[in-house]
Design a protein around this ligand. Structure first.
Ligand SMILES: Cc1cc2nc3c(=O)[nH]c(=O)nc-3n(C[C@H](O)[C@H](O)[C@H](O)COP(=O)(O)O)c2cc1C
Length: 344
């Protein structure tokens, strides 16, 4: 048996249309979903687009709201509001490394001030009844630059893991029930690999579950990670929205002793379905940004993916994108079916 799979929070991506698409492949699987990040300030201010961010479909009972903000008072009040909604839980974001977020003191910036972060978490804990979790990174950018031969306990400066472990023990003591670790420092980009050895080390350190996240690129890899504990997937779930379903099928095949059925996915139809869901579940002002984000990853399944993506990016409406997408497959029908689910 394996722990539930988790979808990672991604700006302009982890909205209802993508969740519906994934759920369509899985058909009621064990996936925990998230919305796009909810800004505490925007939520309390009641902005005109907040309701789209708050949409918990298709499975509110398996949906977590990732909450971000720099101000403890607002985070506490926003968490209390979210707690009243139908959802699985609230995730305090201490992992987002986007400079625009970090500069305000939100996201990964929280990891730079342990005392303030733990006091904020304690306040939020008292304000919510639902599951409280935290997503974080190895540490803020100035906390030790880890070298390639670094091991969890003895980095070049000996420190990153000790700090992380203390930080997370503090979170656990404040009542956090789940931690997701994306094992990179806050300043690190995707070209450096996610250091899963830190996930393993943190699991040994804590009594609460620790989910790992970073660089899972295929269903086989997801299944391997999920056997060790909870596993969260970001980019690969956009490129392969069937990744969770595929991992499930592999697990079932392992259990029954048979080989996993070789499965094909219709790429053209999958993206058309996404466009339909996008039109249904997101407001018009979000359509283009969300479609472009999706195709930026999904076109990676195609032989001429970069050119196709460039073509789609020139379109100014969902209808235009749909036409260009269909046009590509009329010229290249052989590209429509992907066998074996692909990989990153
Ligand atoms: C386009 C994009 C947007 C993201 N937005 C957020 C975000 O808003 N908050 C956050 O905590 N992480 C965000 N992330 C990071 C992911 O949640 C995840 O930690 C990271 O992509 C590593 O997982 P992966 O290798 O499976 O993609 C984003 C990642 C991508 C690619």
């Amino acid at each position: 048996m394996f722990a539930p799979f988790m979808l990672a929070p991604m700006a302009e991506i982890s909205h209802r249309a993508l969740r519906e698409l994934i759920e369509g492949f899985t058909g009621g699987g064990q996936i925990e979903y998230v919305t796009e990040m909810i800004s505490a300030g925007a939520l309390l201010g009641g902005g005109p687009v907040e309701r789209w961010y708050l949409d918990a479909g298709p499975c509110p009972g398996r949906l977590v709201y990732p909450l971000t903000g720099p101000d403890p008072d607002r985070l506490e009040r926003a968490a209390a509001l979210l707690d009243r909604r139908d959802c699985l839980g609230i995730d305090l974001n201490m992992g987002c490394a986007a400079p625009a977020i970090r500069r305000t003191g939100a996201g990964a910036a929280w990891m730079g001030d342990m005392g303030r972060a733990l006091s904020m978490v304690g306040r939020v804990r008292k304000a919510v009844r639902r599951r409280l979790s935290v997503k974080l990174r190895l540490g803020p950018p100035n906390r030790g630059q880890a070298g390639p031969r670094e091991t969890p306990r003895a980095g070049p400066d000996g420190e990153p893991f000790e700090y992380l472990a203390r930080f997370c023990r503090g979170l656990e003591a404040e009542g956090v029930q789940l931690i997701t670790l994306h094992p990179r420092l806050a300043g690190e980009k995707f070209k450096r690999r996610a250091r899963w050895e830190y996930v393993e080390a943190l699991r040994r350190e804590l009594g609460i579950p620790v989910a790992g996240n970073g660089d899972i690129g295929s269903a086989a890899e997801l299944l391997r990670r999920a056997k060790e504990g909870r596993a969260m997937v970001g980019r690969a779930a956009v490129r392969q929205p069937w990744i969770f379903a595929e991992a499930r099928r592999m697990a079932d095949a392992e259990r029954s002793g048979g080989p996993p059925a070789r499965r094909s996915v219709n790429l053209e139809e999958t993206a058309l379905r996404f466009l339909e869901l996008l039109a249904r579940y997101q407001p018009p002002e979000f359509h283009l940004s969300r479609a472009r984000r999706f195709f930026g990853f999904f076109c990676g399944n195609l032989k001429w993916g970069t050119s196709v993506n460039n073509l789609l990016n020139r379109e100014e409406s969902l209808q235009g994108i749909e036409r260009a997408w269909r046009g590509y497959f009329s010229a290249h029908p052989e590209e429509s079916r992907l066998y074996g689910g692909g990989g990153m």
